[in-house]
Design a protein around this ligand. Structure first.
Ligand code: ADP
Length: 475
């Protein structure tokens, strides 16, 4: 099949979260089984064109909207021409993807509306014979509305919701700038949302299929608690809503050959995992490196449960364990964590985004803390397991679907899923309870090691999920 995969961020070119990982790994997995996948994303100014061999494709065009001329220059990778990039100054000439230190860019609606136009124009002008357009999150969701109303295409459109909390809501006057038909589209089963426009709602309304990134999250978002104001729309559209759990790239996350680690290791050379922990603790001045090591990696936002970490820090200091927290996000949390960074000698806090350090942490740790308030899928828990690190997770969304509590597992050898510790009530008491359970398991090191090795071999690759997407594309 021919698939056009549109996303606002794709690893390694630009990444702010899990969307970029998925937008890299899913097309790769589809290409591996001989599908023809084009990816398309904005060519942001911070992308290193030389490093990735990104060159002009020869296609440039202008597109007039509401009396304004918009110029688009199309690039691609010289070595992988199916990786397509859109350059337009309004979309691309920014220092961040969606925001800077002062907040969201005020013209994000126009930016990603233009990107959505560009996706369809590229498909048509390059004469790509596309069977399915796969769009992702609000930033490319308008493609569905434009494809069905303005371009009147019969190409199948599949929307994946990676996080319902982000919807792209803008004032309705944007419809003039983007020349969206009021009569046809400004309605409840279109993009109207409390007298504003909502790009994600447009995607849900006009796509043929809507997917989200785990089965549990697909159910959760149809309830008011997780629905972020769109639960009714999702219930109405439940006939076309499907949950498919994400995978992880087993090439990028491979303890045997990962160049970012202090030492490579495997289930057979398992001692190397402990060598990573000792080296990390020494490098960052953590107390006795032989202690169990808990880590947290993620965006500092309430979704990731960082309030529980802040609440718990003064208790963690008394654990016979080390802690390493790596993350960045909202100013409030950055500031809180920065002020605590040098307080306790068994807790190291690093405020920032550091891909290589994250790999070292996944490899070195014994336990990954993931106390998310909600989690559409979550990649960290799967990455951690691939490196033998046991996840301690709140039982929600994709965490519920990918991690089983070790006390619920009879025979570890026949368990098809990853094994960790789960907790259902989202508060400090139950998180500490889960951590205490984890430490008592660690006390029985042979059992802990058996689970850790089991997790390293669990198949969380894209193989199964990619074939589920193929079935959907065909269906
Ligand atoms: P999100 O909600 O942020 O998309 P996911 O669990 O889906 O969460 O994906 C998060 C991805 O980003 C993982 O690959 C994780 O390792 C990475 N990541 C998050 N924060 C950081 C950080 N501060 N430094 C390095 N990698 C990070």
């Amino acid at each position: 099949m021919n698939i056009l995969f549109a996303a606002s961020e794709i690893f390694p070119y630009a990444k702010s979260g899990g969307l970029a990982d998925v937008a890299h790994a899913l097309p790769d997995a589809l290409r591996e089984v001989k599908h023809n996948v084009y990816t398309i994303m904005p060519l942001y100014s911070m992308i290193d064109r030389a490093k990735y061999n990104i060159v002009p494709s020869g296609l440039s065009f202008e597109y007039w909207l509401y009396g304004v001329r918009h110029q688009f220059d199309i690039f691609h990778r010289a070595d992988v021409p199916e990786d397509i990039f859109v350059y337009n100054p309004i979309i691309c000439d920014r220092i961040g993807l969606y925001h800077d230190a002062y907040g969201e860019f005020g013209d994000n609606g126009l930016r990603f509306g233009l990107f959505s136009y560009a996706v369809l124009e590229v498909m048509i002008r390059m004469k790509l014979k596309i069977d399915v357009i796969h769009i992702n999150d609000w930033q490319s969701a308008l493609v569905a509305l434009l494809a069905k109303t303005r371009y009147v295409l019969d190409t199948k459109v599949v929307l994946t919701i990676h996080n319902l909390a982000y919807q792209g809501v803008f004032t309705k006057e944007l419809m003039y700038e983007l020349e969206i038909d009021w009569e046809e589209c400004f309605k409840f089963d279109g993009l109207e949302y409390y007298d504003n426009v909502n790009f994600l709602k447009a995607g849900i309304s006009y796509s043929d299929v809507v997917t989200t990134v785990s089965k549990t999250y697909a159910n959760e978002i149809q309830t008011p608690l997780f629905g972020y104001g769109l639960d009714e729309v999702l219930r109405i559209n439940s006939h076309k809503l499907v949950g498919i759990v994400n995978g992880i790239s087993t090439d990028i996350f491979d303890s045997k050959k990962d160049k970012d680690l202090y030492k490579n290791f495997s289930t057979k050379r398992y001692k190397g995992k402990n060598d990573n922990k000792l080296a990390l603790c020494e490098a960052f001045g953590l107390a006795d490196g032989n202690r169990p090591l808990f880590i947290f990696i993620g965006r500092f936002t309430s979704q990731k449960g960082v309030d529980l970490l802040l609440e718990g820090l003064h208790l963690f200091k008394d654990f016979e364990a080390n802690f390493f927290i790596l993350g960045s996000g909202e100013d409030y949390y950055n500031h809180r964590f920065e002020t605590m960074a040098h307080t306790y000698d068994n807790i190291h806090i690093e405020v920032g985004y550091d891909e290589a350090l994250s790999h070292k942490l996944y490899a070195s740790a014994d336990f990954l803390l993931m106390p998310s308030t909600f989690e559409p899928c979550g990649l960290n828990q799967m990455i951690a397991m691939r490196y033998g690190t046991m996840p301690i997770v709140a039982k929600t969304g994709g965490l519920h679907d990918t991690v089983v509590d070790f006390t619920d597992v009879g025979n570890i050898e026949t368990c098809p899923k990853g094994v960790g510790v789960t907790f259902s009530e989202h508060n400090l008491y139950w998180m500490l309870h889960a951590m205490a359970k984890a430490l008592s398991l660690y006390g029985n090191y042979d059992k802990f090691k058996a689970i850790s090795k089991h997790n390293m071999l669990v198949d969380n690759s894209w193989k199964h999920s990619a074939s589920e997407y193929i079935e959907l594309y065909k269906g």
